[in-house]
Design a protein. Structure first.
Lengths: 260, 271
């Protein structure tokens, strides 16, 4: 069953277009004709159970793998025509921690800034702003190994936005964090999307990270089974909340059946 | 893409490798201790037993410790190349490889920069070794220390590319030690690092033939001749050829469309 809820406002040209993308590992289909768009200034939550294909989709968007079918465009750039340059407007926070533990926060961010072609001066200014916004400015000289999980995540987010991306991908960035830290990160990302007009694609399986006005994609077994704003998806399924709607969508049962 | 972007990224990759190297001082000392043991203990012992006749590039009789110095230099570089591959497997497991591979620059450029960063580190190790060796009586032609630099870069790149290729085939960090033993020791022993090839032929024809097909032999000879301000063209050709093949295969292995990395990820996901 594919649910189509009315789309929330589409403020402008999408920063991410995924069109008819399918992907196979051997004979196993992990993505089945996936199409969607992400718009600037909006958070699009990609909700799906483990194994739904979220990480594969992220690997295709970030070009860790190439998509053999379909088309992926980041701010109008497809890897087919632009090659690696298609990734210029993209910021990523991977599910797996990717900071160099033996380097300091500053060294990690400077390394990333160099990879993105920023000058040292520009990098230091951006770094100060990004860390300040995430309450991490005073930790800049500490080795990443000495930071706790929440602080490391904040550094990864600071790194993801250091080069002012138009599109930010977050692959379950709050996994393993305590509730207050998760809440702070969720709030910050929403503020960031609005303030800097960044399109955010946020893969998660935690319902409380999705705000009612967020755009929502529900991915199950490699297929998008629902899309729209979160509140519209909930309303269309007749569930009481997003958790109930999600269970209905991926289980094909009523909420009462699951609860029972 | 602006050329300065390439320059900054290249510098950034080398700078990071150097910072990591400074964090791992044990790695530096381990890299030096190994060849120094060979030089000070092994070579001293064999000095009396083995005489080296006059063979190119030498114009006079030399002592055994002088003979094995180029081989030990190549050994440092081979270990460093494997260390680079270990570091790449580590980066992959720790996730930092993803940061590199999602940079909006061509993947071949990123991998070559990574390789070059490893070579830069190996040069520090080699010149420190040569300095210590000098105080133990291994004197090479003064200009040889400079003339060998291009040879060290090429051979270092070749070993790094080999290491990178090895790293693309390794699934887990735990598998690395075994693979290293299979690569490093056969390459080192079945080469002209410890004995001249003509002497090897007298002892064992089949071993001599193996040495002839071992790229390490040609890396050693390229370095040996460069120390004496000469170019061994055959060695240069083989080293360059191997570098291109290993590098080409590595870039292919890390390619998002075809590479081994993708197939491995697929196998893991399908499991």
């Amino acid at each position: 069953m594919q649910k189509e809820a009315s789309k929330g406002g589409s403020p402008s040209t999408p920063v991410l277009v995924v069109k008819n993308v399918s992907y196979y590992y051997g004979s196993k289909r992990v993505l089945d004709d996936v199409s969607f768009e992400v718009f600037p200034g909006r958070v699009t939550a990609l909700l799906g159970p483990n194994g739904a294909g979220k990480t594969t989709l992220f690997s295709l968007i970030t070009r860790l793998f190439d998509a053999p079918t379909g088309r992926i465009e980041i701010v109008g750039r497809s890897a087919a025509e632009w090659g690696a340059r298609a990734l210029e407007p993209l910021g990523v926070v991977f599910q797996q921690p990717t900071l160099d533990l033996d380097l300091t926060v500053k060294q990690n961010l400077r390394y990333f800034a160099a990879l993105r072609g920023l000058t040292r001066k520009d990098a230091d200014e951006r770094m100060a702003r990004a860390l300040d916004a995430l309450d991490m400015k005073e930790r800049i000289g500490e080795r990443v190994r000495d930071l706790n999980g929440g602080h490391r995540r904040r550094v990864e987010i600071a790194r993801g936005i250091l080069h002012s991306p138009k599109l930010l991908l977050l692959d379950e960035p709050t996994i393993g964090l305590d509730v207050p830290t998760r809440t702070a990160i969720v709030r910050h990302i929403h503020e960031l999307a609005r303030a800097d007009n960044i399109g955010v694609l946020w893969a998660t399986h935690l319902f409380d990270e999705v705000e009612p006005e967020d755009d929502l994609l529900v991915l199950d077994k490699g297929r998008i089974v629902a899309r729209g704003t979160a509140e519209d998806v909930v309303a269309e399924t007749g569930a009481k909340d997003l958790g109930g709607a999600f269970r209905l969508l991926i289980g094909g049962e009523t909420e009462e059946d699951i609860a029972a | 893409m602006k050329p300065m972007h390439y320059v900054r990224a290249f510098y950034g990759i080398i700078w990071r490798e150097f910072l990591r190297f400074l964090q791992q001082r044990e790695r530096f000392f381990a890299a030096l201790v190994r060849p120094l043991i060979w030089l000070i203990i092994f070579a001293a012992g064999f000095r009396a037993a083995l005489g080296i006749s006059i063979i190119p590039p030498y114009q006079t009789y030399i002592t055994y410790d002088v003979y094995i110095t180029p081989g030990l230099v190549a050994m440092i570089q081979l270990f460093n190349g494997m260390q680079t591959s270990l570091s790449m497997v580590y980066d992959r497991e720790m996730g930092s490889m993803r940061v590199l591979l999602t940079t909006p620059l061509p993947r071949w450029f990123l991998l070559v920069s990574r390789l070059f960063a490893g070579v830069t580190v190996s040069l520090f190790q080699v010149y420190t070794f040569l300095l210590v060796a000098y105080f133990f009586g291994v004197e090479l032609p003064p200009w040889g220390y400079l003339a060998v630099l291009p040879a060290l870069i090429v051979t270092g790149m070749m070993f790094g590319a080999l290491g990178m290729l090895v790293s693309s085939t390794i699934k887990q960090l735990e598998n690395f030690a075994g693979i290293m033993n299979f690569v490093i020791f056969p390459m080192f022993f079945a080469s002209s690092a410890l004995y001249p090839l003509w002497k090897m032929r007298e002892g064992s024809l089949w071993l001599y033939n193996i040495c002839l097909y071992n790229p390490f032999t040609y890396a050693v000879e390229l370095i040996r001749f460069a120390f004496y301000l000469q170019i061994n063209w055959l060695a240069l050709g083989v080293v360059m050829g191997c570098l291109l093949v290993f590098l080409g295969l590595s870039v292919w292995a890390y390619d998002p469309s075809f590479g081994i990395q993708q197939r491995k990820a697929g196998a893991a996901a399908a499991a």
